[in-house]
Design a protein around this ligand. Sequence first.
Ligand SMILES: Cc1cc2nc3c(=O)[nH]c(=O)nc-3n(C[C@H](O)[C@H](O)[C@H](O)COP(=O)(O)OP(=O)(O)OC[C@H]3O[C@@H](n4cnc5c(N)ncnc54)[C@H](O)[C@@H]3O)c2cc1C
Ligand code: FES
Length: 277
Amino acid sequence: MKIKEFSAYLPRPATLKVKKELSELVTLFEFENDSGRPLMHKPGQFIMLSVYGVGEAPFSVSSAPIRESNNFELAVRKIGAVTGIMHDLKVGDKVGIRGPYGSFFPIQKFVGQDTLFIAGGLGYIPLRSLLHYQLKHRDEFGRIILLVGTRNPKERIFIDQLAELASGKDVEVLETVDVPDETWKGHCGVITTLIPKVRIDPDKTNVAMVGPPIMYKFCLGECLKIGIPSNRIYVSLERKMKCGLGKCGHCQINHLNACIEGPVFQYNQIESVEEAI
Ligand SMILES: Cc1cc2nc3c(=O)[nH]c(=O)nc-3n(C[C@H](O)[C@H](O)[C@H](O)COP(=O)(O)OP(=O)(O)OC[C@H]3O[C@@H](n4cnc5c(N)ncnc54)[C@H](O)[C@@H]3O)c2cc1C
Ligand code: FES
């Protein structure tokens, strides 16, 4: 049988170039596309990554889109079959990738405006792509405010990068942990408690928010309370995914396919959709 030269279901090979532990369970992976072409993703999009002989899983691209580079970064938490084997990969090993897929943060609408990033736990991974894009084009954007919340200090990720951002002038960084330990000298409490601490202009601020479902319930209310309209709030919703192409229905949120219409949604699109948040 003749195999079609291109199929949306056919993974393309990529090679692991760099692997760096971010926390006990989360590792940063830098891959290079064997095709020699850049990934051409937009911030907020995801790829399907396959470990040959094991399976395939969706991951947000964590690096900024860079047209001049064939490399891209993922940050992955070890949780099951695919993510477990990924953590055993060695530099030089091959994986398969499909995509990028899904909706994204509409960068052009953020130009000239302030951005309030709200990152809960692993939610920082997809937001980092948008944040790094804005930092590369710093003059085009207004204030950048980054709120980061983690369950406890041991689960914090990208610690060095956050410290570097906090010591610079480009980003206003506020971080909290739910439950401190003896090493933690910073703010304590859930991420919602940081929102009233930042003075924002609701008419020129867009919110990019990614985190666990429980975080959305409280943070969305808090953002609306300080006057940010729902069409200026963007969230990313994770659902189980198989095809990434709107064919299998695994990722459905009511009538929406999270892999096509999402994962990034403008909050006013899903405000009244049952089971979305
Ligand atoms: C659009 C999108 C983007 C994503 N981006 C990232 C990312 O950047 N980094 C990252 O680490 N993960 C990300 N995920 C989650 C990631 O896809 C899953 O963790 C992965 O599919 C698990 O695959 P596995 O084969 O290792 O686990 P499996 O063997 O399939 O599952 C093992 C067990 O873990 C449970 N489980 C699976 N996924 C999750 C989950 N997310 N939370 C809690 N329990 C779970 C399963 O129900 C099962 O009980 C993303 C998911 C989506 C939909
Ligand atoms: S993952 Fe198959 S329809 Fe979305």
